[in-house]
Design a protein around this ligand. Structure first.
Ligand code: SF4
Length: 219
């Protein structure tokens, strides 16, 4: 292993420990069922989580948060119910695409979808309109409980600022940095992504707050 790779490997492992010691467990994903995780993962694209919470609680109030009920509801009605999330017509169509795949290929049964191997399940999710790598990996990690590392904009910003990647790095290259340098541990991957999001929201924002950041504290 080159000195550079050794440095990256040590950094990736140390940062997890530092973040976990500072913030503690994050208890992700905030949802009552794997299906709710999937709905949240699709709705959270390009919007704040508080907007997703509103939409999900609306679906719950109307007792619609089941695959069967959302499959039957009209796309236009669904769009109205998830209005708080922004891009609601697009997101309603995306939810419908997921449900279409779930019902056409797996009889509407999440357990059956989740019986696929991790590579096959990822491939299947990526074939669905509107599900990209970050959403697919969020579903794999937080709904299907597979040890897959989720990369998001906060992760990229953190690594860029610490000069561990270049701007041109692909999703896959960034994901490999974590998966190749960490044990494949579901609990750790779950926490690590959640901790990076917490760091990104509170310290490593678009205007970095380095002086206050837990990664800058000694001891
Ligand atoms: S806020 Fe500064 S010290 Fe903290 S993670 Fe971002 S770049 Fe690093």
């Amino acid at each position: 292993m080159s000195a550079r790779n050794r440095y990256t490997c040590g950094w990736i492992r140390n940062i997890y420990q530092q973040l976990f010691s500072y913030f503690g467990p994050q208890h992700w994903w905030p949802a009552e069922s794997p299906f709710e995780v999937i709905i949240g993962a699709i709705l959270t694209q390009n919007t704040a989580w508080t907007n997703v919470e509103q939409a999900i609680s609306r679906l719950k109030q109307k007792q619609l948060l089941t695959p069967q009920k959302l499959y039957r509801i009209k796309t236009k009605t669904l769009a109205g119910l998830i209005r708080s999330c922004g891009y609601y017509n697009i997101k309603a169509a995306r939810l419908k695409s997921f449900l279409q795949a779930l019902f056409c290929d797996f009889g509407g049964c999440l357990k059956s979808l989740f019986s696929l191997s991790t590579p096959k399940l990822r491939e299947k999710l990526l074939q669905i309109n509107g599900i990209g790598p970050e959403t697919a990996d969020s579903i794999l990690l937080y709904a299907a409980e597979r040890p897959v590392f989720v990369v998001d904009a906060y992760t990229k910003r953190l690594l860029l600022r610490h000069r561990l990647i270049k701007n041109k790095y692909s999703y896959q290259q960034i994901q490999d940095l974590f998966t190749k340098n960490l044990p494949r541990n579901l609990k750790m991957f779950n926490e690590y992504h959640a901790l990076i999001v917490r760091l990104g929201k509170e310290y490593c924002r678009s205007q970095a707050r380095c002086q206050l950041c837990p990664l800058n504290r000694k001891g």
